[in-house]
Design a protein. Structure first.
Length: 202
C-alpha cells in the first residue's frame, strides 16, 4: 500500500506540473502581440487560413523588402498568390518555397533561402496556436545573428475561451505537447541544426 500511495502521489505531482505548464503555455500563446518593427524579410508559414493574406498585406505596406512564402503546395504558382498591381515591381522579391511539409522542414528550407539573400531580421507569420512552436524551432535552426519577430495570426480554430471549447482545448494541448518535445530536443541538441549554415555562409 505504501508503494501504491507513493506512485499515486507521484502521478498527482506530475499532473499538477503538466497542468501548470500548460496553463502558462496557453496564457503566453494568447499574450503574443505583433511588433511594429521593420525587418529584412517576412517569412510566412503557408497552410493556415489568413497567414498568406497577412504576409501580403505587410509586404505591400513596406514592412519588409522580401516576402518568403514557405511550405507552399507544389501546384501553386506565384501568380496565384501574388498579383502585381499596375506600377508595382515587387514580384521579383516574392519567393515561394515548395519542398517543406512540416514546421521543422519549413525552418531548414527557409534557412537556406534567408542565408542566400543575406537576411538579418524576419517577421515570422503563422497561426497564433502554432507561434510558440514555430518560434522555438526557427530560433534553433536559423543562424544566431538573424533576429526573429513573432507575428501571430488569429484563427477560428482557436477560441479565447479554450477551456470550454473541446476543439480549441485539443488543438492547444496538441501544440503544447509538440512544443515541449522540441524544447526537450533543443535542450540536449542545441546548435545541431546550425553547422551547415555556418559553413555555407563562411
Amino acid at each position: 500500500m505504501t508503494i501504491l500511495r507513493g506512485i499515486l502521489s507521484l502521478l498527482v505531482i506530475l499532473f499538477l506540473i503538466v497542468a501548470v505548464l500548460f496553463v502558462d503555455f496557453a496564457y503566453k500563446t494568447f499574450s503574443l502581440r505583433p511588433r511594429d518593427v521593420a525587418a529584412d524579410g517576412i517569412v510566412v508559414l503557408a497552410g493556415g487560413r489568413g497567414r498568406v493574406e497577412e504576409g501580403l498585406k505587410l509586404f505591400r505596406e513596406g514592412k519588409a523588402r522580401w516576402l518568403f512564402l514557405i511550405g507552399v503546395d507544389p501546384s501553386v504558382r506565384k501568380g496565384d498568390l501574388f498579383k502585381e498591381r499596375p506600377g508595382e515591381s515587387l514580384g521579383e522579391r516574392v519567393v515561394l518555397e515548395k519542398a517543406s511539409r512540416n514546421t521543422l522542414e519549413n525552418a531548414i528550407y527557409a534557412r537556406e533561402i534567408l542565408v542566400d539573400k543575406k537576411i538579418r531580421s524576419i517577421r515570422l507569420i503563422t497561426s497564433r496556436y502554432h507561434m510558440k512552436r514555430a518560434t522555438v524551432i526557427f530560433r534553433n535552426t536559423l543562424p544566431k545573428d538573424i533576429a526573429i519577430y513573432s507575428h501571430p495570426v488569429d484563427s477560428k480554430n482557436l477560441r479565447g475561451e479554450w477551456w470550454s471549447h473541446s476543439g480549441s482545448f485539443r488543438l492547444l494541448f496538441g501544440e503544447f505537447y509538440k512544443y515541449c518535445m522540441f524544447r526537450f530536443f533543443f535542450l540536449f541538441a542545441s546548435g545541431e541544426l546550425r553547422p551547415s549554415v555556418n559553413s555555407s555562409s563562411s
